[in-house]
Design a protein around this ligand. Sequence first.
Ligand code: DON
Length: 571
Amino acid sequence: MKSYSVILPILALFISCLLACNNNKTQDQSISQYETGENGVVVSAHPLASKIGLDVLKSGGTAIEAAVAVQFALAVVCPRAGNIGGGGFAIIRLADGSVDALDYREVAPLQSQRDMYLDSLGQVVKDLSVKGGLSIGVPGTVDGMAMLMDKYGSGMSLAELIEPSKNIAENGFLISQSEADRLNRYKSDFEKYTDHSSPFLKADEWAVNDSLIQLNLAETLKLLQQQGRDGFYKNSHAIDLVDKVNSTGGVLSMSDLLEYKSVWRTPIQHDYKEYRVISMPPPSSGGLVLAQMLSMLDKIEIDTFSDINSGYIHAMVEVEKRAYSDRAKYMGDSDFVDIPIVEMLSSSYLDKKLDNYDIGTASMAEQIYNDLDFQTLESYETTHTSIVDKYGNAVSITTTLNSNYGSKVYFEKGGYFLNNEMDDFSSKPGTPNQFGLVGGEANAIAPNKRMLSSMTPTIIEKNDSLYMVLGSPGGSTIITSVLQVFLNVAQFNMPLDIAVNHKRFHHQWLPDHILYEDGCFEEVTKAHLAAKGHKFEQTKAIGKVKAILIQGGKMIGSGDQRNLDDAVYTY
Ligand code: DON
């Protein structure tokens, strides 16, 4: 008896140490979603990914190197959205205050056609742009990570940064309850687009703490360690990838892969009071829509509200619908269409947009523009990471496969899911995509063109110093999620975790209703808004923000309780 009382605690300690050493921290152990540090912070959608990022920072790596390591980690531990089969955007602010933006968004394959999702009667064929090979855009992630390292790498190699993720792919990790639920939910889709060698297909149900081993993904990561971007875009990996996409109905070619290039862009920078908001330019709509909203909010003196009441919500949604209507009408890939950015951000133009703004009455969508139509809204997934290092560099990076597990096409030999980013184009101008977003000619499909995005990786300065790093998944709701968290902190002085977890609302012009989370409004607030003419639609969750706030010389990180796997690591 006596010996057991000694052995058991030692055994327990040994087991917990083993788990910790294996990095197999799961949902059942408490994941920290709110932490303060002094030297570095990583907020991502998974504890293993945040831990890998923090290890890079601790070993002297920069926020940029940590971001690259986290991107590969998410490709392993967050297969629904983290990826090497998709794309994304990164906003960078170096310690010296210089800023940059990397666009590693997917492009439409060269054999794409404007009407590729329409039937002979010109109607959109359901699901063609959402599931299967034809929904897949040319992946940009691997090229993007290589570009980040080429320009900003400062000592660590791509191979080193990939190593811990390759090990997890090879040895497995214990999945969380939410991952298990999701894998079970999508089983029939997986069966449709995957052969039976997929590690995501299982005879029985997935359960929390099941181990997910991805041997083929580990092999691909090894290839990237040895050959860099060429391991992905050339040679046998590329040939097999083209075969897989085309065998599920796609139109990918070797030229698509050989010619893929990420692009360095100039961030949208917008001054709002003592803040400078630095965010993603086209082909993301995020930076422009955010800047338009902030400008209009300034004009209607949003800062006079001391709490989130019906007047504040009315003002916010009126501004949101005006900015989103411009998104629909003017925005697309700026390498293909002229977006009147200067005009759209000019004071006189935004004054005109506010001409019919009325504090007592909701403007109807058709009073803003009336040449587009809408239908429905569905569910989605993406993932954001915010990082600050001890040198003062910051990275805000959002990556996506678009829907959960993208097109559901799993490339067995490569070991990863492929995106369904083609749905972000306007398949038919005026007809909504899976986010209910309508778009115009500017976002019509063309070969090698980037589809318009709402991803809004953002960095904010206050009086010229680093203040916030934030971003979110959530499709069309990303931009308004970023806006609300910023204002919750800057205007309402909420602590970061309260600001992030505060209930959110959203308006995107079409559909013409306020989307809101349960508990967002008191009944009386809702009644006031209804009296002004607003309509409502409740939804489960709006955005899953990962944010860092620099305050009093400390770095505060917050994940979002809407994603139980969000994890903050600091030191
Ligand atoms: O780029 C975009 O705007 C979308 N593909 C993002 C999708 C997304 O955020 C889904 N996540 N929740």
